[in-house]
Design a protein around this ligand. Structure first.
Ligand code: ZN
Length: 647
C-alpha cells in the first residue's frame, strides 16, 4: 500500500466514523493502519497535507492572534414567539411573493469560520465580533469532522458550529480525572478557545457546517446547493434540513423539533429559518446588524425561582448605575447562580420586584442570568438611591437610568475607565487584573489612563503578591504600557470608551477620520455619515471631546507620544473608497479576477445595486442590475472602459 493509499483509506474510515456516524471497521484495524502510516512517515520524512497524523495537536500557543475575516459574519435577528415569526414571514413574502424557506437546527456551541485555499484547510477563526475573531487554526485542525482537503480549489470561508455531543461529554466525564465539564456548550467553546490544541483534540468535538461567507468561484445559488456542496466536501451538515413554503409549514417543523429536542445528542437553542434562494436573499439585503433573509427562532431558556436577597448598585465607566440582584444560590443550566442583572431602576418597578421574595430567573447560555419578574406577592420595597453608593455625589436621573455625575473623582468610574483602556480590544495592556487597577488607583493615586505612563517598576512591584513578584509581573506591565504607545487608531478610539462605540464603529471612525485630531474636530453631520453612527452616538462623541477633562487626558496622551494615525491596508488606487458592482460577463476576466483587480486598487465589491454604489461595470448580457443602476443614476461603464481604468 502506498502512503497516498494509506492516507486515503484512513480518511475514508474517519469520514464514516465522524461524519456519517457509520463506521465500517473496528478501532483496532484503524489504529493498526494508522501506526503503519506513522512509521512510514518517520522513515521517509514525508507527511502528506491531508494525513490524519497532522491532527494530533501541536505545542500550546502563547496567546491568540487576531484574525480578520475576509467577509463580515452577520449574526441573526431573533424571534421569541410564533407571532413574531409570522410577522417576519409576512415581511419576506410581501417583498418576494411566494418564497421557498429552509429550516435548520440552531446548535448551541461556538461559531467558527474555516478558510480553504487551493483545496486545502488554510485556517480557522472564532466569529468574534463578526469582523475580527481569534485564530484557532491549530485547535480546529484537530477536529476530525473538519476535512483537511476538499475538492473545491478556489478560496472560500465556510461557517460552522463547534459542538460537543452529549454522549461524548458523558464519556469524557466518566473517563477523565479532575473537574467534570458541566455543560456541553461551555465544554466546546472552552476546547476551541484553548491555547493548548491537545485539549481541543481530547474533547472530540464536531463541527456542523451551515453557511458560506467569502468565496471565489463557488457557484452555489441556494442553501440546498450549499448543503450539497458541503456534503461533497466531506463535511457534517445540519441534522435537520427541511424546506417550507409558508408560515404554517415552518411552524409545524419548529413544533416537531421542539418536541424532539430533548432526544437529540447535542444542545440546540433554537431553529434557523432562511430564504433558500441566494439571489432572493440579495433582493432582501441587510440591516446594520442582520441579514433580512434569515431569522433565529429561539426556544425558551430554562428558568427557575429563587429568593431575591438584596440589590447592589454598581457604578460603571460612564457613571451609569446598574442594579445587581443578590440571590439565594440556585442551580440553573449546570451553574450556580448568585447574582443577576436588573438593567435599571425602571426595570425593578416594571417587574414589581421586592426584596425577600421569590423571583423568576432565566439563563440563556452565554448571557448573564436575568431576573424575569416577581414569582410571589409581598416582600420589602426596593428603595431608589439618591446618592452615589461609591462616592456620595447626588445622582442624576435620565429616563429610567441613574447616573453619578462625579466622573472625575468617583472611584469605580476611574477604575473601569482604566480597565477598559487596558482591555484586549483597546490598548491591550496585559498583566493587569481589575484588582491591580483598583490598587493602582488606591495606592498609587492613578486618576486617569494618562497617569499609567509615568508608573515605574518600583511603583508597581508592591501591588503584586510574592509569587507574581518572582515572575517579574511588574516589569512586564511596565513593558506592556510602553508598548501600548504604538496602539492602532481604531483600538485607541475604542479605548477612549466613547458611549456606544464598539470595536466595529471604532474601526469605521478610524478609517473615515484618520487621526485623533480629525475625529475631535468632527461635526455631528460628518460623524453620522459614518456607517453605524446615528444621531445619538454622534452627539455623544462630540460631547465627549468637549468635556475639558477628556480633552486634557487626550492632550496629555499626545504629549506622551500617543497620537496614532490610520494606515490603509489596501493600496490606494483608482477605485479607492468606491463601492463597485460587477454584472454580466466580461470577455477578459472571470468575476473573481475582476473583483481582485478592483479590491487591489482600493475598491469594495458589492453584490447588489443600491444608492450607495458608486460604479457599475456591465459586461455582456447584463440584466436587472444594469436596469436598476440606470434607474438610480449610478455611473455605468463597460469592459473597454474598465480596462482603460486599470491602465
Ligand atoms: Zn459616584
Amino acid at each position: 500500500m502506498t502512503m497516498e493509499e494509506m492516507v486515503a483509506q484512513l480518511n475514508q474510515w474517519a469520514y464514516e466514523y465522524y461524519v456519517l456516524d457509520n463506521p465500517s471497521v473496528t478501532d483496532a484495524r484503524y489504529d493498526a493502519l494508522y501506526d503503519r502510516l506513522v512509521l512510514l512517515e518517520k522513515q521517509t520524512g514525508v507527511v502528506l497535507p491531508d494525513s490524519p497524523t497532522r491532527r494530533v495537536g501541536g505545542e500550546p500557543l502563547k496567546s491568540f492572534v487576531q484574525h480578520d475575516h475576509l467577509k463580515r459574519l452577520y449574526s441573526l435577528d431573533k424571534v421569541q414567539s410564533f407571532g413574531e415569526l409570522r410577522e417576519w414571514v409576512d415581511k419576506v413574502e410581501k417583498e418576494l411573493g411566494k418564497t421557498e424557506f429552509t429550516v435548520e437546527l440552531k446548535y448551541d456551541g461556538l461559531t467558527i469560520n474555516v478558510t480553504y485555499r487551493d483545496g486545502q484547510f488554510a485556517g480557522a477563526a472564532t466569529r468574534g465580533n463578526g469582523v475580527t475573531g481569534e485564530d484557532v487554526t491549530e485547535q480546529v485542525k484537530t477536529i476530525r469532522s473538519v476535512p483537511l482537503t476538499i475538492p473545491f480549489k478556489g478560496v472560500c470561508e465556510l461557517q460552522g458550529e463547534g459542538i460537543m455531543r452529549l454522549s461524548v461529554l458523558d464519556r469524557y466525564n466518566r473517563t477523565h480525572k479532575g473537574d467534570a465539564l458541566k455543560n456541553a456548550r461551555n465544554a466546546a467553546a472552552g476546547a476551541i478557545r484553548n491555547l493548548d490544541p491537545k485539549v481541543t483534540a481530547e474533547r472530540n468535538l464536531d463541527v456542523v457546517f451551515y453557511s458560506n461567507g467569502y468565496e471565489e468561484g463557488l457557484t452555489v445559488a441556494s442553501q440546498t446547493e450549499l448543503v450539497a456542496f458541503l456534503q461533497n466536501c466531506g463535511m457534517r451538515t445540519n441534522y435537520v434540513f427541511e424546506k417550507a413554503y409558508c408560515y404554517d409549514d415552518i411552524k409545524a417543523i419548529i413544533e416537531k423539533i421542539g418536541a424532539a429536542r430533548s432526544s437529540y445528542d447535542f444542545l440546540i437553542d433554537g431553529v434557523v429559518v432562511k430564504v433558500n434562494d441566494f439571489a432572493k436573499r440579495e433582493e432582501l439585503g441587510y440591516t446594520d446588524k442582520f441579514p433580512k433573509w434569515a431569522v433565529a427562532y429561539k426556544f425558551d431558556a430554562e428558568q427557575v425561582t429563587t429568593e431575591l436577597l438584596d440589590v447592589d448598585w454598581q457604578v460603571g465607566r460612564t457613571g451609569k448605575l446598574t442594579p445587581i440582584a443578590k440571590l439565594a444560590p440556585v442551580e440553573l443550566c449546570g451553574a450556580t447562580i448568585r447574582r443577576a442583572t436588573l438593567n435599571n431602576f425602571g426595570d425593578i418597578t416594571r417587574k414589581r420586584l421586592k426584596k425577600r421574595a421569590l423571583v423568576f430567573i432565566r439563563r440563556s447560555n452565554d448571557v448573564i442570568p436575568e431576573v424575569l419578574g416577581a414569582a410571589e406577592d409581598g416582600g420589602e420595597e426596593i428603595v431608589k438611591p439618591v446618592l452615589c453608593p461609591a462616592c456620595g455625589a447626588p445622582l442624576q436621573e435620565v429616563g429610567a437610568l441613574l447616573y453619578c455625575v462625579n466622573a472625575e473623582h468617583c472611584r469605580p468610574q476611574i477604575v473601569s475607565r482604566i480597565v477598559h483602556y487596558c482591555s484586549k480590544n483597546a490598548c491591550d495592556i496585559e498583566g493587569l487584573s481589575d484588582k491591580t487597577v483598583e490598587l493602582m488607583v488606591d495606592e498609587l493615586n492613578v486618576r486617569s489612563v494618562a497617569d499609567l505612563y509615568s508608573l515605574t517598576e518600583a511603583d508597581l512591584t508592591p501591588l503584586f503578591v510574592l509569587g507574581d513578584k518572582e515572575s517579574k509581573k511588574a516589569q512586564n506591565v511596565v513593558i506592556a504600557i510602553e508598548k501600548s504607545k504604538k496602539v492602532s487608531l481604531a483600538q485607541f478610539i475604542f479605548a477612549l470608551g466613547l458611549d456606544n462605540v464598539g470595536t466595529v464603529t471604532a474601526r469605521d471612525l478610524a478609517a473615515r477620520f484618520g487621526s485623533v485630531d480629525a475625529l475631535r474636530q468632527a461635526t455631528v453631520d460628518q460623524l453620522t455619515a459614518v456607517n453605524g453612527v446615528g444621531e445619538v452616538v454622534a452627539q455623544g462623541i462630540v460631547q465627549f471631546f468637549a468635556e475639558p477633562q477628556n480633552a486634557d487626558i487626550i492632550d496629555r496622551l499626545k504629549d506622551i507620544g500617543i497620537d496614532p494615525v490610520y494606515r490603509i491596508k489596501q493600496s490606494a488606487g483608482i477605485f479607492s473608497g468606491k463601492k463597485v458592482v460587477l454584472t454580466g460577463s466580461l470577455a477578459n476576466y472571470t468575476r473573481a479576477q475582476a473583483s481582485k483587480l478592483i479590491e487591489e486598487r482600493g475598491g469594495e465589491i458589492s453584490s447588489s445595486v443600491s444608492r450607495s454604489v458608486n460604479l457599475v461595470i456591465a459586461g455582456e448580457d447584463a440584466g436587472s442590475k444594469l436596469e436598476k443602476a440606470r434607474a438610480l443614476g449610478v455611473e455605468i461603464i463597460d469592459e473597454e472602459q474598465f480596462v482603460e481604468l486599470l491602465k
